[in-house]
Design a binder for this molecule. Structure first.
Ligand code: F6P
Length: 358
């Protein structure tokens, strides 16, 4: 008999259901005596003992469904060690619920913050296996996270749609792509959508360089310019501020997000007609793309194999197209960022894409 707890935590993304289905199918195909406890709304469910007993049937027909059948929420890692409003010790509560239900292990699907807590639970003696989800693709230890390719498709479609209207009106358009800390999504969607300028958090931009690129395009006869700008894009000037100073600046900013600031500066410095489009959470929504369905199923299957073998304390990931397991302590607390020297950045620059850094 295996007793497995499962939860999805942090911002949702496509293929969470596909991944859970993969775990459950691979286990139930090998072992009939399995109890599955689905904790609701992320770590909250484990903290407060909110769960649903699930059977194989609950995982049938969900391969193509977006969102998560368990619900999700964000419980920041830094608050995990702080008691809740009623004085409850969250970590102790999670341990107690785990032991009370006599679980063999927890299957945790999440991104960076989720992995820090998963590793904390491992350190506290719980058996944990994790799966890497996030549209940001910023988890250390895996070449790819599920959700990323689906989000690239959606953000690319947004840029594609903007292309036609930008060309008709001869305007400058900014498409703001998700990613506060890392630019993988913006970089990939930007390249796929043929953006002329890509601004990402890892490569601070100089607005003069951005305007120069637009001027150059106009001089060469292009009627429009498309920018893919990450939510976390930052100017060279702002990058010099301390974290605290930058937070203060953002708090006082009259702009809803960085794209509007970039738009205003382009308008003022270059005299261009600029429009901003923000696809926002649509990038996390809808059905997973075929790649993510296959990828999440493979990860789920491997997680199932680890559980059947009693191998715990790992995140399942992918390296050089092979599914691998990575010790949780190596993953937790590290971000996989775009290096300004990465070959993809160099290749994009060779194609004439401007990153605002020259
Ligand atoms: O981490 C995934 C992500 O979608 C980021 O790309 C984005 O910056 C953030 O979550 C948005 O968070 P929320 O859903 O809490 O608004």
């Amino acid at each position: 008999m295996k007793r497995i707890g499962m939860l999805t935590s942090g911002g949702d993304c496509q293929a969470l259901n596909a991944a859970m289905r993969g775990v459950v199918k691979s286990i139930t195909n090998a072992e009939s005596d399995v109890e599955i406890y689905g904790f609701l709304d992320g770590y909250k469910g484990l903290i407060y003992g909110n769960f649903r007993m699930l059977t194989g049937k609950d995982f049938s027909g969900i391969l193509t469904k977006g969102g998560t059948i368990l619900g999700s929420s964000r419980t920041p890692f830094k608050l995990m060690r702080e008691p809740d409003e009623n004085g409850l010790d969250k970590v102790e509560a999670m341990k107690q619920n785990y032991h009370k239900l006599q679980l063999d292990c927890l299957v945790i699907l999440g991104g960076n913050g989720t992995h820090k807590t998963a590793n904390l639970l491992r350190e506290e003696g719980l058996n944990v296996v994790t799966l890497p989800k996030t549209i940001d693709n910023d988890l250390w230890g895996t070449d790819m996270t599920f959700g990323f390719q689906s989000a690239v498709n959606i953000a690319t479609e947004a840029i594609d749609c903007i292309h036609t209207t930008a060309a008709s009106h001869g305007r400058v358009f900014i498409v703001e792509v998700m990613g506060h800390k890392v630019g993988w999504l913006t970089l990939n969607a930007g390249m796929a959508g043929g953006a002329d300028i890509i601004l990402i958090p890892e490569i601070p931009y100089d607005i003069d360089s951005v305007v120069r690129k637009i001027d150059e395009r106009m001089k060469n006869g292009s009627r429009f310019t498309i920018l893919a700008v990450a939510e976390g894009a930052i100017s060279k000037k702002d990058a010099k501020l301390s974290k605290k100073e930058y937070k203060e600046k953002l708090k006082k900013s009259p702009f809803p997000s960085v794209s509007y600031e970039v738009a205003k500066e382009i308008q003022e410095k270059g005299g261009y007609d600029v429009r901003v489009t923000v696809p926002g959470h649509t990038q996390r929504g809808g059905s997973p793309c075929p790649y993510d369905r296959v990828f999440a199923s493979r990860l789920g299957s491997e997680a199932g194999r680890l559980i059947l073998n009693g191998e715990y304390g790992f995140m399942v990931g992918i390296k050089n197209r092979e599914i691998i397991k990575v010790p949780l302590e190596e993953v937790a607390g590290k971000l996989k960022m775009v290096s300004p020297d990465a070959s993809i950045v160099k290749e994009a620059k060779m194609l004439g894409i401007c990153f605002g850094d020259d």
